[in-house]
Design a protein. Structure first.
Length: 164
């Protein structure tokens, strides 16, 4: 099973492709999609969607796993991210790819066993699980890989019923 993880953002969207066809999860590729702050919102969302569409064409994932929105104070900053997620959900429907959304708490629990794990702890576990050198994946890409690992662990824990 191949899972494309996404850490959505309007300025920077992390992505990470993992392979779980063996007993060991491996990172296939990862990176960050950046948009220009001076562009209108719809152009930024279109750029992210086109880039993810290219990733789907290149890597043919079986599923896409997205880190859900988390906000405490500023609801208005979450709205553009929600629009990115909506656009990506539409994209998975067009490509007939299974889609899952996980909260930061669920991702932290799946990777570290602790819902209040620090960002550094999650990054270390991503590196350990995927056999990456520490610091190799950038911030947003590491979060995307974590979302993909969370989905893979969830699928395996449920006997693969989340696979399409």
């Amino acid at each position: 099973m191949h899972v494309l993880g996404i850490d959505p953002g309007i300025a920077s969207t992390g992505w990470g492709m993992i392979d779980g066809s063996t007993n060991r999860l491996t990172a296939v590729a990862y990176g960050t999609i950046r948009t220009q702050t001076d562009l209108p919102l719809e152009h930024r969302i279109l750029r992210i969607t086109e880039e993810v569409s290219s990733l789907i064409a290149a890597y043919t994932p079986d599923a896409m796993s997205i880190e859900d929105i988390f906000f405490l104070r500023n609801v208005s900053s979450a709205i553009p991210v929600a629009k990115v997620i909506g656009s990506l959900l539409h994209l998975t429907s067009l490509h007939e790819i299974a889609f899952a959304c996980y909260t930061p708490l669920q991702i932290k629990l799946a990777l570290t066993g602790m819902g209040k794990a620090s960002k550094t702890q999650v990054e270390h576990m991503v590196a350990f699980i995927l056999g990456l050198q520490r610091g190799k994946a950038l911030n947003h890409a590491s979060d995307a890989l974590a979302a993909a690992v969370c989905h893979m662990h969830t699928c395996r824990g449920l006997g693969g019923i989340l696979q399409q």
